[in-house]
Design a protein. Structure first.
Length: 239
């Protein structure tokens, strides 16, 4: 699983924080956009599997992942344009397929590669599977969690289109990542989480006064931000 975790980290970085609004819109306008986005994933994958650059099979596998990632994203755009399917189930299926393709490293014979020799503290950190897993969780919860929450809200507010380009997503990501950070720190830092609720709730009330219509969905953000961040971190700590 050593290589799998590092390729999964490359995936969550490329698919969430590095999938900028410009790249997302490029994907919806041209198939080339999907290949550019997949190229970012491929570059990160190459960087994160640096100890195995001497293996031809590894380069073949990275090329395979780059190609299928691009084709999958392009087909997703076509499906949306033809059938207008854009919901939580499509999102979950899309992510499951991406992860499943990364899992193809087993038939490629790359699953049992050993970590590199520890020659520095940086390599020691690279070899730490727990650090990589927490990094995956940190990024997935922070940025991917926002997309998941948007689709969950869409189940309750079907008329609302899930906007994956809203600048507000970065604020929401910061809130979730702050909660995750408080959960990771040793001690009682997690007791500061209610402070985040107060700040978030105060912002919602302030915005309510400026708008004629009160949006209950704003409180869904607060509830789900906390539930997703705390829930996943508790699962990781129990394991």
């Amino acid at each position: 699983m050593f290589v799998f975790y590092r390729l999964l980290l490359a995936h969550v970085i490329a698919d969430f924080p590095l999938q900028f609004t410009s790249i997302y819109r490029f994907k919806t306008k041209s198939p080339l956009g999907s290949f550019v986005h997949s190229g970012i994933f491929g570059l990160l994958a190459v960087l994160l599997i640096w100890p195995y650059w001497n293996l031809t099979r590894m380069w073949q596998f990275i090329f395979f992942l780059w190609f299928v990632h691009a084709i999958q994203d392009w087909l997703k755009v076509l499906v949306f344009e033809k059938y207008h399917l854009d919901n939580i189930w499509v999102f979950l299926l899309d992510q499951a397929l991406h992860i499943g393709f990364i899992g193809m490293l087993f038939p490629f014979g790359l699953a049992k590669l050993t970590p590199p020799e520890v020659l520095s503290k940086l390599v020691s950190l690279y070899n730490d599977n727990n650090a990589v897993i927490y990094a995956i969780a940190f990024i997935a919860i922070g940025f991917g969690g926002g997309i998941l929450i948007s689709y969950i809200k869409n189940l309750f507010y079907g008329s609302e289109k899930v906007d994956l380009t809203s600048p507000k997503r970065y604020t929401q990501a910061g809130e979730r990542m702050l909660i995750v950070g408080l959960m990771l720190l040793k001690g009682y830092y997690y007791l500061a989480i209610p402070g985040i609720w107060i700040i978030h709730g105060g912002y919602v009330i302030f915005r309510k006064r400026r708008e004629e219509r009160f949006r209950l969905s704003s409180f869904f953000d607060l509830i789900f931000n906390t539930a997703i961040a705390v829930g996943i971190m508790l699962i990781l700590k129990l394991n």
